[in-house]
Structures are given as C-alpha cells and as structure tokens.
Write a new protein. Structure first.
Length: 509
C-alpha cells in the first residue's frame, strides 16, 4: 500500500519552516526518551521516601510502560482522526502537568496513579511526532534525514537521561528528575502552536471504543504476564492474565477486519516491507533490552561507579546511534535497505557476542567499543526501518502505522527484559555465599549490597564477591542469548526486506 508518487511544485513540497517544526517534534521525543531512563536511577530514593511494598515498587516501575504499550495504537489512530498537531499539543500539556504530580507524590498509590497518567500522555507523543514528519516532508530524501534526526534524538535521550538524572539526584531531591519536563514542554507547546501544521485523515470514520479497550487489555495482559513470570516464576493468576490478554488481542484483530473504518488497518501487514521492518524492530529491542537493563547495575554495583559516571560510561552507544541515524537514509539508497538493516543487526549481534567474555574487572575499552558498535548498528537499523514503515502506508494512516512501530518497540523491551532478565536472575539466584548469607541477598544484586552493610566485614566481602561473579556470569549468558536473537533478526531482515527501496520520487503535497 504505497502512496502515489507524482511530481509537484517545489513550494508545495518544501513547506517553509519544516526544519524548525522538526526541532519542536524532537523535543517531545527527547522528553519521552529521558523520562523512560531517569526513573531507574531515582527508584532507590523513591523507595526510601515513600516506602512502597515490593509489589508497589514493581508497579511504579512498570505501569508507565504498560499503559504506553497498550494505548499507542489507539492514540496514533485518534491523532489520524482529530489531528496530529492537536493530540501532540494536548498530550504535551498533560505530560507537563502530570510530571508535577509525579514529583510531589506523597504515597506509593499516588505515585502509581501519576506514572499511569504519564503513560497516557506519553502514548500520544511518539506516534504523533512520526506521523507529522510523514506529512511535513514530502521529499523522501529529506524525510529520511528527518527520520534520522528523530531517531538520533531518541538515542541521545536515552544517554542524556542517566547523565542528567545522575546529576540531579546528586544535587537535588528525587522529584527534580520529573520537573525537568516542564520547561521543555512549555517550549514545545508555545513554539508548536505557531510552527506545526495540522494534518489528519480527511475521511477517518468513528474512533471505535471497543477496539481501544481490547487493544489496551490485550497488550497490558500479555506484557504483565511475561514480566511477572520472569520476576516470580509460574503462577496460575499470571497465566490467566496472559491468556486473557491474548484473547483480547485476537478479538481486536478480528474486530478490525469487520469495521468499515478500523482503528488499525490490518491489511498493512500484507506489505512485506512493513511487516519485515516491524519484526526487525521487535527482535532488535528484544535482544538488546536485557543487556541495557542490567548494564547500569553492572557499572554501578559490580564496578562501583557513581550514577553520573555510569551514565557517561554508556554514552558511546548514543554517539554511535546519532552518527549512524544521520547517514542511514543515504546509505540505504546507495547500497540497499536490506543490506543496511541486516548489516546493522549483524553488527549489534557481534558486539553482544563480544560481551560474553565480560568479567568483574573488564576494562572500559572493551565495554566502550562494544557499546559504540551497538549504537552504530542500531542507529542504521532503526532509522531505515522507521523510514520503510512510514513510506509503506498512505499519509492518512501515518499515525496508526507509527504507533505499530512504537508498540513493537515497547513489546520487544518488555519481552527482552523478561526473557533475558530471567536468564540473569536465574543464574544469579544460585550463587553460593558464605555461612550467614541472608535470603534477601539472593533476590537481587542490590539486595546483596544492602545486606552486606549489616554483616561482618569478612562475610560481607566473601558474599559480595560471590554475588557479583554470579551476576556477571548471568549477564554474559544473557549477552550471548541477545547475540543469537540479533543474528537471527539479521537473517530474517535479509529475506523479508528483499527488493525494498526507499522512495526517491516526490509526493504530491
């Protein structure tokens, strides 16, 4: 389902102010990326202040991603109907307001509610930004560069988050990591009102509420079941949640085929390029997220780095992703889409394979080089797949298609943390500590570090050494599993993206 390409007058194609409008859009992307990373750093401080139970702490950490994953498709489709500029500005305003609620939450229950509401607002932002890029840039080469800048900003945000968060937590109270959203959102809304053009589907049909509820229940049920099983093992209640989620997703798909104006046009998946790009994104994040999730713990709890220093140590991945994202479109046109995507995924897989030799005292040159290669490979792959997804659909469905891409990202992250995380925790829990090692030390490396403070020095030292070695063994095994997933994704992308090309013609505006 490719858009019709026609020559068009330059003035019509090259909208004045489009690059300034892009700058507004990337502010939203930067904010969502930063917010996704700062909570992990703030969690110890939130635990000390609000004293949540173990279950409440899990919900504080997870509910944001649950809600975002469940609402992305619905919000992307809503933007196609009521206007992408309108939903972006409404979502940005809500994101800023709810950030204040997060910063000043006084109970665990209020914090969980605030994180959930932030997820609702966040779900409006990412699909709207990509969809607006689709409608701002009708020249495919310019659009490739714009998508590259969009992806580079998201990558930069994941690096800026730990660094900015680490700095704020060392100088202010934990709520400050949420209040940094306010000035960014104020600029976004004030400039966006003037600079962003409105775009929507001219014949959208009604927004189907049952589809929205089925989508939300389905994604949340499946993601919750996977995460809970990884964290606590098999339980009948968790299985029931997963089955209900799967049933809701099946009902969602069936319902889309019966609606004259579906929330998500399932026929998009008949396009091999679209399906291949979505699958490549999901597998890439799945293979990477377990490593990314545990790497900050490795840097801080195994190698003893402070939060700010650990954030700086992860910077090469963002640098590589930014650099690759900016030239990915040009590379895909010069070589081919499948060569760039498959090559990028193979590079990430190779870097993960190199990390299987990681140890407690592994020097930074190996870590930094591996992270740089991961960033470059992911930057090439994600930028080109986002471009393929956008150019595979008519402009009218850009919001829903962008949301599918983002949902694949969220699902991949949840599955990766759950599946690869279960490898790390499974290996870690079996470590053999000295006599007197408390049960809490086997739950997590953070628990072991905390427990060590209450033990005699010789016992604490022996226990920490055993715990750290076991954690590193689990991390190396997870890196190997991630490498297998990424190399398999590289092979799949080579076949699924065969013959796929980025557009060179200019669309009629």
């Amino acid at each position: 389902m490719t858009s019709t390409l026609q020559p068009a007058p330059t003035a019509e194609v090259k909208r004045p102010g489009r690059w300034l409008a892009l700058a507004v859009l990337v502010l939203a992307v930067l904010l969502v990326a930063v917010d996704a990373t700062v909570l992990g750093l703030a969690t110890p401080y939130i635990s000390e202040d609000l004293r949540p139970s173990g279950t409440q702490l899990l919900w504080i950490g997870d509910v944001y991603s649950f809600v975002i994953a469940g609402l992305l498709v619905s919000m992307g489709s809503l933007g196609d109907r009521i206007g992408r500029k309108r939903i972006l500005l409404l979502g940005a305003t809500a994101f800023g307001a709810v950030s204040v609620l997060n910063a000043y939450a006084t109970t665990p229950e209020l914090m969980i509610l605030a994180r959930a509401l932030l997820g609702v607002a966040g779900a409006t932002l990412m699909p709207a930004t990509l969809a607006l890029i689709r409608n701002l840039f009708h020249d495919p080469r310019e659009r490739s560069l714009a998508v590259g800048i969009w992806g580079a900003t998201a990558s930069a945000g994941t690096a800026v988050g730990p660094i900015a968060g680490g700095f704020l937590l060392e100088h202010f109270w934990w709520g400050s990591v949420f209040l940094i959203n306010l000035p960014v959102m104020a600029v976004l809304v004030l400039v966006g009102v003037k600079m962003l053009p409105e775009s929507r589907n001219p014949d959208p049909g009604p927004w189907d509420l049952p589809s929205v509820l089925l989508s939300l229940a389905g994604v949340v049920g499946v993601v919750y079941a996977v995460k809970e099983t990884a964290a606590h093992g098999f339980a009948w209640a968790t299985l029931a949640a997963g089955l209900l989620g799967a049933a809701a997703l099946y009902g969602f798909v069936r319902r889309q085929f019966t609606l004259p104006a579906p929330l998500l046009d399932m026929r998009l998946f008949r396009n091999r390029g679209f399906s291949g790009a979505v699958l490549a994104d999901l597998l890439t994040i799945l293979g990477l997220s377990g490593l990314v999730f545990f790497l900050s713990q490795y840097l801080q709890l195994v190698q003893g780095r402070r939060p700010f220093e650990a954030g700086l140590a992860e910077l090469p991945a963002a640098v590589g992703a930014v650099a690759a994202g900016l030239i990915a479109g040009r590379a895909a046109r010069r070589f081919s889409v499948r060569a760039v995507v498959s090559g990028g995924l193979a590079a990430v897989g190779t870097a993960l394979a190199a990390l299987t030799v990681i140890g407690q005292s592994t020097g930074y040159p190996l870590l930094g080089a591996a992270l740089l290669v991961v960033g470059v490979g992911a930057g090439f792959s994600f930028t080109v797949t986002a471009d393929v997804i956008l150019s595979s659909v008519p402009k009218e469905q850009a919001g829903a298609a962008s949301a599918v891409s983002e949902t694949a990202y969220e699902l991949g992250a949840a599955l990766g943390i759950a599946l690869l995380g279960s490898i790390v925790t499974g290996v870690y829990r079996d470590f053999t500590g000295p006599a007197g090692t408390p049960a809490a030390a086997h739950e997590s490396l953070g628990g072991a570090v905390e427990a060590a403070a209450r033990l005699p020095a010789p016992t604490a030292s022996a226990m920490l050494d055993a715990a750290r070695q076991s954690f590193v063994d689990g991390l190396a095994l997870a890196a190997g599993a991630g490498a297998v997933v990424l190399l398999a994704a590289s092979v799949a992308a080579w076949f699924l993206l065969r013959g796929q090309k980025l557009e060179d013609g200019v669309e009629h505006g």
